[in-house]
Design a protein around this ligand. Structure first.
Ligand SMILES: [Zn+2]
Length: 172
């Protein structure tokens, strides 16, 4: 299978996680960690009111347990339905993950384009290959469904407006 086809399959798995979060009334982000065509773990955002339980963090806690099980040479790819935030992207840099694939960009809090020129040496020599927009429309549809149905006042009052504009297809 070529890499693009594998990316589409893995993102479908991440989207299934996101759909599960949506069913539970939670902001629908799903994530999968893969080594080539093998899924190492899958997770979703699990609570509305906790700042730490992003899908990616839940996934990292699931996969990176015990001794150092993986190295950068293992070719790990993180698939996530939304561009990672500063916490999740920072943790990704800290982990032996060499590729990031996400579905929809996050104009509000996405950090995949952060320039690391001023970062300390450790983070300047751990490049991560990034691919954006894989199954973007499906991820966006889940976010739209969430915004249409959530009772959380943050969202109903227009919170994270650049993100909401992306979901609604409005300019910036
Ligand atoms: Zn995050």
């Amino acid at each position: 299978m070529d890499r693009l086809a594998n990316d589409e399959l893995m993102m479908a798995e991440a989207l299934a996680e996101a759909a599960g979060a949506l069913e539970a009334g939670v902001f629908p982000v799903g994530a999968v960690l893969a080594q080539g065509t093998q899924v190492l773990g899958r997770a979703r955002k699990t609570m509305a009111s906790n700042h730490l339980n992003h899908a990616e963090m839940n996934l990292f806690h699931q996969v990176f347990i015990g001794d150092y099980r993986f190295a950068r040479a293992d070719g790990l790819t993180l698939y996530t339905t939304l561009e990672p935030c500063v916490m999740c992207f920072g943790t990704l840099l800290h982990l032996p993950i060499t590729r990031l694939v996400f579905a929809m960009e996050d104009a509000y809090g996405g950090c995949a384009s952060v320039i690391l020129t001023g970062a300390p040496p450790r983070h300047q020599h751990r490049p991560v290959e990034i691919a954006a927009g894989v199954r973007r429309s499906e991820a966006r549809a889940l976010f739209a469904a969430f915004l249409d149905t959530t009772s959380e006042s943050f969202w109903r009052e227009g919170g994270a407006s650049p993100f909401q504009a992306t979901v609604r297809g409005e300019p910036g």
